[in-house]
Design a protein around this ligand. Structure first.
Ligand SMILES: NC(=O)c1ccc[n+]([C@@H]2O[C@H](COP(=O)([O-])OP(=O)(O)OC[C@H]3O[C@@H](n4cnc5c(N)ncnc54)[C@H](OP(=O)(O)O)[C@@H]3O)[C@@H](O)[C@H]2O)c1
Length: 399
C-alpha cells in the first residue's frame, strides 16, 4: 500500500496523480495534500480523498479552508506555510512523496523527504536543475529510490537496466556500456513561426502546445525551449552523464521520447502518445506494472516520424541552458531564477515574449557567485537573482 504526500495537488500533474489514486483506492491512500491557494479545487480534493492533513502555502487561503472545513465538522487538519509542507513530507506513516509544485517552490519539502528516506516521484524539474549535485549526493547518502515523472526522463529510466534504475546517481552510463542518450522535443508551438513575428506572441498562444497539455509556466518554457534546456540539465544529473552523452533532437510528432545507444550498436527507444498519465502510472506502481488501460500506440496510424537537428539560433534559451551547465552550477541557478521571473512577467503581460531571452542573458552577464556548497547557498543565489531580475524588469522593461 502506498501512503502519499502530494506536493502541488491542484496543478496539472497533481490532478493526474489524484485521478490515478481515485481508480485504485485499495493501493493508494492520500495522507497529505499541499497546494498554494486554489481553494475551490482543494475543497473538492479534501472532500473526496479525506487526507489527514492539508497544507496551503498561502496563509490566507489556509484560513479560509480551515473555516470551511470546520463549518462542516471535517476532521482534516489544516496547516499553512512551507515549513508545514516540509513537516507533512516526512511523516512516519508515508512512504511516497510526489513533488509537483511549480518552479522551485517544492525545493525544501522535497529535500526534507529525501533526507527522511521517502520514495520520491519528481515532476518539479527545477529542483534538480538548481541543485542537481547536492540532490544526487543526498539521494546516494539516504538510499532513496527516485522516479522521474518528466516524460523524457521517465522514458529513459524505463529503458535502463534495472541495476542502473536502482542506483541512480551512484552508477554511470559507462558502467552499462551506454554510449549516448537522445532526448527529443517537439520544437514547441512556434517552430514554424518567423523570428520577426515572435515579438507579438501572446501568453495564450504560448500555452497552446502542439503535443502536451500543461501548466502555464512550463508551457511558456516549452515555447522558448528553455524547458528542453532544463530537461537536458536534469538528465545530466539524473543519469550521471557528461556533455557528450546527452544529445537533443527535434521530433515534431512527440512519439519517440528518448533513444539509448549502447557501445555494441544495440539501440532502445521508448515510444508512446504524448500523455503524462503514462509516466505517472509507471512511477506510481514501480516496480510493478500498472493496470492503466491507456490507449495502445497504433503504429499504423502514424504517418511519419521525423527528426531534425536543433537550430540553436532559433532557440537561444536552449543554447543558454546548455552553456550554463557547462559553466557552473551557479550559472544554472542564476538562469533558472532569472527565467522564472521573466516568464511570470510575460504571463502577466508586463514584458514581450522576446524579452525573456534578453533578460536571461542580461542577468547571466551581470551576476556572478561562487559554487554553492549546500542548499542554503543555492537558495541565497536563487533569491538574490530573483530580486535583481525583478529590479531590471521594473526599471528597463516595464511598458
Ligand atoms: N504539466 C506537465 O505536463 C509537466 C510535465 C513534466 C514536468 N512538469 C513539472 O511539474 C511541475 C508542476 O507542473 P504543473 O504543470 O502541474 O504546474 P501547475 O499546473 O501550474 O500547478 C502547480 C502546482 O504548484 C502549486 N504552486 C504554484 N506556485 C506555488 C508556490 N509559489 N508555492 C507553492 N505551491 C505553488 C499550485 O498551487 P495552486 O494551484 O493552489 O496555486 C499547483 O498545485 C513543474 O515543475 C513542471 O515543470 C509538468
Amino acid at each position: 500500500m502506498k501512503y502519499i504526500t502530494l506536493l502541488g495537488s491542484t496543478g496539472s500533474i497533481g490532478c493526474n496523480v489524484l485521478n490515478i489514486v481515485k481508480n485504485d483506492l485499495k493501493f493508494f491512500k492520500i495522507i497529505a495534500l499541499v497546494a498554494r491557494k486554489n481553494i475551490s479545487l482543494i475543497i473538492k480534493q479534501c472532500l473526496f480523498f479525506k487526507p489527514k492533513y492539508v497544507c496551503m502555502i498561502n496563509k490566507k487561503s489556509a484560513k479560509i479552508l480551515k473555516d470551511y472545513l470546520h463549518s462542516i465538522n471535517s476532521k482534516i487538519i489544516v496547516l499553512s506555510g512551507i515549513e508545514n509542507a516540509c513537516n507533512v513530507s516526512i511523516l512516519s506513516n508515508i512512504n511516497m512523496v510526489i513533488s509537483a509544485m511549480s518552479g522551485t517552490a517544492g525545493l525544501l519539502p522535497t529535500f526534507s523527504a529525501l533526507k527522511a528516506g521517502k520514495r520520491i516521484l519528481l515532476a518539479s524539474k527545477e529542483i534538480l536543475v538548481i541543485c542537481g549535485k547536492i540532490f544526487m549526493q543526498e539521494l546516494k547518502d539516504n538510499k532513496v529510490q527516485l522516479l522521474p515523472l518528466d516524460s523524457e526522463h521517465s522514458s529513459i529510466f524505463q529503458s535502463l537496466p534495472i541495476k542502473l534504475q536502482k542506483n541512480l546517481g551512484k552508477k554511470n552510463l559507462r558502467d552499462f556500456n551506454i554510449s549516448k542518450i537522445i532526448i527529443t522535443g517537439s520544437g514547441g508551438p512556434f517552430r514554424k513561426i518567423k523570428d520577426s513575428n515572435l515579438n507579438y506572441i501572446t501568453p495564450e498562444q504560448a500555452y497552446n502546445h502542439p503535443s502536451w497539455k500543461m501548466g502555464k509556466k512550463i508551457s511558456v518554457d516549452s515555447a522558448t525551449m528553455m524547458n528542453k534546456g532544463f530537461e537536458y540539465i536534469e538528465a545530466r544529473y539524473l543519469f550521471n552523464a557528461n556533455e557528450k552523452q546527452i544529445q537533443l533532437l527535434i521530433h515534431p510528432q512527440s512519439i519517440v521520447h528518448s533513444v539509448i545507444y549502447y557501445d555494441n550498436g544495440h539501440i532502445s527507444a521508448q515510444l508512446s502518445y504524448p500523455d503524462m498519465k503514462i509516466y505517472i502510472y509507471y512511477a506510481m506502481y514501480y516496480p510493478n506494472l500498472s493496470n492503466s488501460q491507456m490507449q495502445l500506440l497504433d503504429l499504423c496510424s502514424l504517418n511519419k516520424l521525423s527528426f531534425e537537428k536543433i537550430n540553436f539560433n532559433k532557440y537561444p534559451c536552449l543554447k543558454l541552458a546548455i552553456e550554463a551547465i557547462n559553466t557552473s552550477q551557479s550559472s544554472v541557478i542564476i538562469l533558472n531564477a532569472a527565467n522564472e521571473v521573466a516568464v511570470y512577467a510575460f504571463i502577466n503581460k508586463i514584458i514581450k515574449f522576446t524579452d525573456i531571452i534578453i533578460i536571461n542573458k542580461l542577468v547571466l552577464d551581470k551576476l556572478y557567485f561562487l559554487e554553492p556548497k549546500d542548499i542554503q547557498e543555492v537558495i541565497y543565489i536563487y533569491k538574490t537573482t530573483k530580486k535583481f531580475t525583478k529590479r531590471i524588469i521594473l526599471t528597463k522593461f516595464n511598458k
